[in-house]
Design a protein around this ligand. Structure first.
Ligand code: SAM
Length: 203
């Protein structure tokens, strides 16, 4: 169980052993830019952050006026989100498996955000993951995916992702690719291994 990425125990153990090298200690730089731009252009809305970890990105979007729910199934991550909560940027914290979210959340989000969650799940569950994103978004909702690692590595987590797979998963479910960029702000160990995809669900 302790190495099974489908189990919260694997992730709890990483947080406890401090083998949580994915954690940037603050919001992801490109998301700071996106959140600020959205807040300036007043295109705010309701967002869910999948596999939110300590919630740095969730709080960043909340600080910019988004209404945010952060989901993680590891109790350590959830405790950390409560500890780091910012009263000026409230985030709803939900301890839940993303594959077992309540149906009441279906079609209730303007935005779904992911960073290093898609690469953390069992790669065999990627189609199921794309179904979850599709279910959660309202019609015309936006999926923000900072896809990592695009470097063809073997093994994981993080398990390698490819642009072709991401396009097939989401365009195959009726999403339109709005933009793709390699963010200038990527931290140096991840530069050239990540890309920001923004998709819109069309129905
Ligand atoms: C690599 S960490 C990334 C955390 C955060 N996104 C970040 O960038 O710091 C992956 C996170 O996803 C969570 N996770 C993995 N599979 C999950 C699932 N099926 N449901 C909910 N959370 C999950 C883990 O507990 C862990 O906190």
């Amino acid at each position: 169980m302790k190495d099974d990425v489908n189990s919260p125990r694997k992730w709890e153990a990483d947080y406890e052993r401090k083998t949580d090298g994915w954690d940037l200690g603050g919001p992801t730089p490109v998301f700071k830019r996106l959140a600020l731009r959205a807040s300036r252009e007043l295109i705010l809305g309701r967002m869910i952050v999948l596999g939110a970890g300590r919630g740095h990105d969730a709080r960043e979007f909340a600080r910019n006026g988004f209404q945010v729910i952060a989901v993680d199934f590891a109790s350590h991550a959830v405790q950390e989100m409560h500890r780091l909560a910012d009263p000026d940027a409230p985030v709803e914290i939900l301890q839940n498996d993303i594959f077992a979210l309540p149906e009441t959340l279906d079609q209730s989000f303007d935005y779904v955000l992911e960073y290093t969650c898609f690469c953390a799940i069992d790669p065999k569950r990627r189609a199921e993951y794309a179904d979850v994103v599709t279910r959660l978004l309202k019609p015309n909702g936006i999926y923000i995916d900072l896809a990592f690692p695009l470097d063809g590595r073997k093994g994981g987590p993080p398990f390698a992702v490819t642009e072709t797979e991401i396009l097939n998963l989401f365009q195959g479910r009726g999403f339109r690719l709005v933009s793709r960029e390699e963010p200038a702000e990527s931290i140096s160990p991840r530069r050239n291994a990540e890309a920001l995809f923004i998709f819109q669900k069309l129905n």
